[in-house]
Write a protein that binds this ligand. Structure first.
Ligand SMILES: Nc1ncnc2c1ncn2[C@@H]1O[C@H](COP(=O)(O)OS(=O)(=O)O)[C@@H](OP(=O)(O)O)[C@H]1O
Ligand SMILES: Nc1ncnc2c1ncn2[C@@H]1O[C@H](COP(=O)(O)OP(=O)(O)O)[C@@H](O)[C@H]1O
Length: 208
């Protein structure tokens, strides 16, 4: 609900299409979702690097990092997670407007919250990437030792332990990092972007 009053939307003089023409690729949000430790950040950052090396404008918005700044006032209740995802959705929309291939790495455990972000964007601007790594594998990795803390009851409401994760019903892409390497996942995403003409074969040549 918009609380501000007496506000007027200001149209810009540079259109999204004009930016796309200048940059030579079509922007979108690659929305990674999955359990903690499933591989969202690792894959998103590797894809960002690959795109950057090809001269493409890309940027990762990462859960932990955003919670240090923009969303430092939010915790992990369902309501706070909902607000977290709502804000990131709005930020991602601005990045897409600016022409950037935007990668977001948030658990985003609630289907309704992810669908709300999808609805903010044009149909082909939201690419849901389900990092479907089994809980047991994420827990075994326990990169940040958070599962161990959650199992000991030192963290309450940890996703996959005592807070829910609602899997996407129709993600554009699914990746199980217990079944494929990081390089395979990066290739899978780059191939998708190329097949759907977000980037072209010309973009595929390294620029560096
Ligand atoms: N209770 C609880 N549940 C889940 N995760 C927790 C929790 N407390 C802290 N952390 C750490 O916060 C990271 C998840 O933040 P997100 O912004 O992605 O979460 S959410 O989308 O709002 O659900 C998550 O990072 P990732 O491991 O990168 O997913 C954890 O490091
Ligand atoms: N095939 C793989 N793809 C991605 N990450 C992997 C893979 N195999 C092992 N890992 C490891 O799993 C961990 C995933 O952590 P991270 O990317 O931070 O997950 P998330 O962002 O979902 O919390 C990293 O330590 C990474 O090195």
């Amino acid at each position: 609900m918009i609380k501000s009053q007496n506000i007027t939307w200001q149209p810009t003089k540079v259109t999204k299409a004009a930016r796309q023409n200048l940059l030579g690729h079509k922007p979108a949000v690659l929305w990674f979702t999955g359990l903690s430790g499933s591989g969202k950040s690792t894959i998103a950052m590797a894809v960002e690097k690959r795109l950057f090396e090809r001269g493409l404008n890309s940027y990762v918005l990462d859960g932990d990092n955003i919670r240090f700044g923009l969303n430092q006032n939010l915790g992990f209740t369902a309501t706070d997670r909902q607000e977290n995802i709502r804000r990131i959705g709005e930020v991602a929309k601005l990045f897409v407007d600016a022409g950037t291939i935007t990668l977001t790495a948030f658990i985003s455990p609630y289907r309704a919250d992810r669908d709300q972000v999808r609805a903010l964007l044009a149909a082909d601007e939201f690419i849901e990437v389900f990092v479907d790594t089994p809980l047991a594998v994420c827990e075994q990795r326990d990169v940040k030792q958070l599962y161990a803390k959650a199992r000991r009851g030192e963290i309450k409401g940890f996703t996959g332990v005592d807070a829910p994760y609602e899997a996407p019903l129709k993600p554009e892409l699914t990746i199980d990092t217990s079944q494929q390497s990081l390089a395979q996942s990066v290739d899978q995403i780059i191939d998708y972007l190329q097949a759907k003409q977000y980037i072209t074969a010309a973009n595929a040549e390294s620029q560096l």
